[in-house]
Design a protein around this ligand. Structure first.
Ligand SMILES: [Zn+2]
Length: 171
């Protein structure tokens, strides 16, 4: 397999072959761009917090409150399915208090609007479902019906970015 397709591990061979072809023709980036032309304005941690909270209030009002929502420069994209949700346990007095944090890779500041939404949906779903199992994806789809398509296209976008960086010799 083309080593640049690491974001697409696990997808069927015919799908990978089509992607390889787009890569070879130099058309991957423009294909994704054409499908997702809309950018977003969620550029700061404050804006991200508001954005996440609005989605949470719409779909998961009764899930635990969020203590922190930030863009994280150091986050390795694929490390945990594209984002991280952490539960930080702190002892407060004699009570162990769980704090929910959502970190989104800074790269998403530049992502098409629908990819940001997808990653936030993913992280919010973890407030209720810890594993990437059936229940988890059902919850993602209840919040964003195109979830699976968006995740796949996000992987294409990441692949295109990486190819671009490699071509610039900055990778
Ligand atoms: Zn996850």
């Amino acid at each position: 397999m083309n080593p640049t397709l690491k974001y697409l591990i696990g997808y069927p061979p015919d799908v990978l072959a089509r992607v390889s072809q787009l890569v070879d023709e130099g058309r991957l980036a423009e294909t994704v761009q054409r499908r997702y032309p809309d950018a977003h304005e969620v550029r700061t941690d404050r804006a991200l917090y508001d954005y996440v909270l609005a989605l949470k209030n719409e779909h998961l009002r009764r899930a635990e409150p969020l203590s922190k929502v930030v863009y994280d420069q150091k986050l390795k994209i694929i490390q945990h399915a594209l984002g991280t949700h952490t539960m930080v346990s702190r002892v407060q007095g004699n009570k162990l208090k769980a704090k929910r944090e959502i970190r989104v890779a800074s790269l998403f500041k530049q992502a098409p609007a629908r990819f940001l939404r997808m990653i936030v949906v993913h992280e919010l779903a973890h407030l209720k479902e810890r594993e990437h199992d059936r229940a988890f994806y059902a919850l993602c789809i209840s919040m964003e019906p195109d979830y699976h398509q968006l995740e796949f296209d996000l992987r294409l976008w990441l692949t295109a970015l990486e190819l671009d960086a490699a071509a610039d010799g900055t990778d």
